[in-house]
Design a protein around this ligand. Structure first.
Ligand SMILES: [Zn+2]
Ligand SMILES: [Zn+2]
Length: 619
């Protein structure tokens, strides 16, 4: 094995084969690896050794009786599977049993485990398991060509062996439902799946409200995208969600499912991505791994059913990115000639690794294209609102915010300092805290809504303070330790109330664990809204049914809502009813507003008219 990257695959994996009449067949291994070899970016030294997964590993994710059925149905010369039992375990249709399937599935899981283990242990920086990423398999059911959930097994094993936090990013056209289900309540594994909306595509799940279950709430993230989203839309959604999510979650290890069945030529989906798009996504994942995971990255091949043109090139682009090996300028002609049996003339026509750049025609985006773009943007905004802490949304804005002069919503006043006697001792309250001061203060480790590292939290606060319309109000000890803060922000562009003039959002309020008694939050908020200019403004705030550290607070969602409601009411806010989808979807969500005494009646009316719009459907 050479270098810091390896491929976890060999000829044994060809045994994972549902037969020539099924999209998931043995040919994928040979089609893909033969191109890597022909392009001279892979040789025997790059292959990572692995064996079949043992019962103890598989049972981290699967039930024993399901594994026993797999073994029974897989035995050569076995009697035909009992149809009732086969149906119960999903071993019918797409997943009909084939001889040796048990061993083949164990090898797939073994390859992914070897890749994840080697990267988690630091033996490799990156690893690629091409015949892997069987993301649909459930605890006791085969689904969508997936007999065992190799990624879930490998992640579960590694989070038990090491105290690692894992970010799982699933780019397959289909929702990564099995991996999501495996970690739905696990706070150490954050799964994010970008996929074609389940309204049209198997498996039908992956809606934005599938957020996880305590104590893992908020760690399941879904971005369902419209058919015909294309590269630009897919990349925009990736940028708006995955990068900030990584910044907030602070993973130790990145595991990705790089299914290429979202390609325009793939028979199974309509996302209309291109090889250019996959190359871009690989670059972004690579950067993300180095920026947020100390480089640790395991990529799996996932789905992809155009074995002639798409899968081999997509794997080559991914492996080239991950290994740093340069591909030759053209797809080797010997390889193309060797694929003579390929029924796809387009494969032979494409001598490059990606499609030729298409000249963009001006005005080609018709009303249909605009509508789907708007739908995707609505989805992305909803996901961000639900899955990202407000402070992180500010640091990773959806669109460039307008300059201070253009909005100028937050008027000027002299910075003030006040005092508050808390149960934990005296505190200094300070508004208009400049970024330069925030960078000199320390942040109590008990402030950790989602960002784990106090230094990172301090930087987030400083970045808010640098926003033209962002204000940070802090409570700190006389020694300069920040134990609470309120952030007042421009609402995120494009949201329901964003375009109203003279409206700001209390985007975040947090008090460190250990300082929550003694009314620190109420004192901070009252202090924050005291300055006279707030009488010209409308302030809004929302509290969602879950909170990043709600689990540690020991409060139920309903109790949390009550506490939050009291804190805001004490500062002159009132609770309002709104059908804004991100609030209305859960009864424990809270929406409050404080309308300043000098807000003109017309503006107040404009605000009120937006509270209820009468459509309840999520995007
Ligand atoms: Zn690297
Ligand atoms: Zn797929």
């Amino acid at each position: 094995m050479s270098g810091a990257s390896a491929v976890a695959a060999d000829g044994r994996l060809a045994a994972y084969d549902f037969g020539p009449d099924r999209p998931f067949q043995a040919g994928r291994l040979d089609a893909g690896l033969s191109l890597l070899r022909a392009a001279k970016v892979l040789d025997e030294d790059d292959l990572l050794a692995f064996g079949p997964a043992a019962d103890a590993d598989l049972e981290l994710i699967h039930d024993r009786d399901y594994l026993e059925a797999l073994a029974r149905f897989s035995a050569a010369g076995a009697a035909p599977a009992d149809p009732v039992e086969a149906t119960r375990f999903g071993l019918v249709g797409d997943n009909r049993p084939f001889p040796g399937m048990d061993q083949a599935a164990r090898l797939v899981a073994g390859a992914t485990m070897a890749a994840v283990d080697a990267v988690a242990a630091g033996d490799l920086a990156h690893a690629f398991a091409p015949v892997a990423g069987l993301h649909h398999a459930q605890r006791r059911r085969a689904v969508g060509f997936c007999l065992v959930n190799d990624v879930a097994v490998a992640i579960a094993r590694c989070t038990r062996a090491w105290p690692l936090r894992v970010l799982y990013v699933d780019l397959d056209a289909h929702h990564g439902d099995g991996v999501q289900a495996a970690f739905y309540d696990d706070p150490r594994v954050c799964t994010v799946s970008l996929h074609e909306t389940g309204r049209y595509l198997f498996p039908g799940s992956g809606e934005v409200h599938e957020l996880g279950r305590p104590p893992g709430t908020g760690r399941s993230v879904n971005v369902p995208l419209e058919p015909r989203t294309g590269d630009d839309g897919f990349l925009a959604a990736f940028d708006a969600v995955v990068e900030p999510l990584a910044a907030a979650f602070r993973p130790d290890l990145l595991v990705t499912q790089n299914g290429c069945d979202g390609h325009a030529d793939d028979p199974l989906s309509d996302l209309t991505l291109s090889l250019r798009g996959f190359r871009e996504l690989a670059r972004r994942l690579h950067k993300l791994a180095h920026r947020h995971c100390q480089g640790r990255w395991v990529a799996t091949g996932g789905g992809g059913y155009d074995l002639d043109r798409v899968v081999p090139r997509a794997w080559a682009l991914l492996w080239s990115e991950l290994s740093g090996r340069r591909l030759p300028s053209r797809v080797p002609s010997a390889w193309l000639a060797g694929r003579a049996a390929s029924p796809d003339p387009a494969n032979h026509a494409l001598v490059g690794w990606v499609e030729p750049r298409q000249r963009r025609r001006r005005g080609s985006a018709g009303p249909g294209a605009r509508e789907l773009e708007e739908r995707n943007q609505r989805t992305v905004r909803a996901v961000r609102r639900l899955a990202l802490p407000p402070s992180v949304r500010v640091v990773y804005p959806l669109a460039r915010r307008a300059g201070g002069a253009a909005t100028g919503r937050l008027p000027g006043w002299e910075p003030r300092a006040g005092e508050h006697q808390s149960a934990g001792g005296p505190l200094v309250l300070r508004d208009r805290t400049p970024a330069s001061l925030l960078r000199r203060l320390e942040v109590d480790p008990g402030i950790h809504a989602f960002v784990r590292d106090p230094d990172q939290e301090r930087e987030v606060l400083a970045r808010i303070a640098e926003e033209p319309t962002g204000e940070v109000v802090v409570a700190h000890t006389p020694e300069g330790l920040v134990v609470g803060y309120v952030a007042v922000l421009d609402p995120e562009p494009g949201t329901r109330f964003a375009s109203l003039p003279g409206l700001l959002e209390v985007g975040a309020i947090e008090v460190a664990t250990g300082w929550r008694r003694g009314g620190v939050a109420s004192a901070l908020l009252r202090f924050a809204v005291e300055p006279d200019p707030f009488e010209d403004l409308i302030l809004i705030a929302s509290g969602l049914s879950w909170h990043w550290d709600l689990d540690q607070s020991g409060l139920s969602a309903v109790a949390y809502r009550r506490v939050l409601g009291r804190v805001f009411e004490a500062a002159g806010f009132e609770t309002l009813r709104t059908d804004e989808p991100e609030i209305a979807y859960h009864p424990a969500n809270l929406f409050v507003a404080r309308v300043g005494s000098r807000v003109p009646p017309a503006r107040r009316a404009a605000f009120t008219s937006r509270l209820l719009r009468g459509h309840h459907a999520m995007p």
